[in-house]
Design a protein around this ligand. Structure first.
Ligand code: MG
Length: 273
């Protein structure tokens, strides 16, 4: 046993040394030639996250933090109960306007549930006041699929149904790319949306066909680069909390030379064609 143990140990040690040498060789060869893009990047801004991912990071515009709806037109006509905003008495419209943005919003369907289909826990978040991602109690509540929670209304169902039961909190984390219009009002590029419902991807860079009306096909009409968010009152006391938005700007680098490689040993730089 002892002899066998020692043999095994020596073999393992030998193998570990061999591995270490292999790693060292590959590290050196990885350093030998480095690819560089030739682009000078600005340093990404530091953003301090919230204590939890549901809480606003340092660069967010907070639209509702449990206190009041002063950030919304018509907000005074909704009620705030125990830190939750409760839908009622008309649609509310954010005073702040947004273009490309990241939206976090939490909502809870009324309990006990009342009504069925589109009549149960219906609200909706309208990006740019125009493009609705459906808010609905879709927990064991059948309706047309492109009208259930997480649908882009009348354009696509969500990829999956990630609903929590009535009374529990749902979250949407949304990445919104606004449509672009030419000076003549023509569509240059459509809107795109990515959405995560309760941590689950439900819309993956979905290309919108236009607005989201009930009785007419979707279409685009040129509009401003920044517009408010609206929250729908559909006659159901849906509750909301933790609503915040971040403006999204691309990080833009400056090309200072063509892509190139640098030899780690000689320092020789070679432009790539
Ligand atoms: Mg709705």
């Amino acid at each position: 046993m002892t002899q066998e143990f020692h043999t095994t140990t020596r073999f393992q040690l030998g193998f570990q040394v061999f591995l270490a040498i292999l790693v060292a060789i590959s590290a050196v060869s990885a350093q030998a030639v480095e690819y560089l893009s030739g682009i000078e990047w600005p340093e990404p801004a530091v953003v301090t996250p919230g204590q939890k991912n549901s809480q606003p990071p340092s660069d967010a515009v907070v639209l509702f933090d449990g206190k009041d709806l002063s950030g919304w037109e018509n907000g005074e006509n909704w009620s705030v109960e125990n830190g939750d905003a409760v839908a009622g008495n008309g649609t509310i419209t954010s005073k702040a306007k947004f273009g490309d943005c990241q939206v976090h919003i939490e909502w809870s369907a009324p309990t006990p549930p009342q009504g069925e289909g589109q009549g149960r826990g219906n609200s909706g978040l309208f990006l740019m006041g125009t493009y609705e991602i459906q808010i609905l109690d879709s927990y064991i509540n059948k309706t047309y699929f492109d009208g259930q929670a997480g649908a882009i209304y009348k354009q696509t169902p969500p990829l999956v149904n990630a609903m929590r039961p009535p009374g529990k909190w749902n979250s949407y984390d949304i990445i919104w790319t606004r449509p672009r219009f030419g000076a003549d009002g023509s569509l240059v590029s459509p809107a795109y949306i990515t959405a995560i419902h309760n941590g689950i991807l439900i819309l993956n860079h979905f290309e919108l066909q236009g607005n989201t009306p009930y009785s007419t096909p979707p279409s685009y009409t040129a509009h401003a680069e920044r517009l408010p968010l609206t929250l729908q009152d559909h006659g159901n006391p849906v509750r909301f909390r933790n609503i915040w938005v971040r403006d999204l700007k691309p990080i833009v680098g400056k090309r200072v030379r063509p892509p190139y490689t640098r030899d780690g040993e000689t320092g020789k730089e070679t432009d790539l064609k």
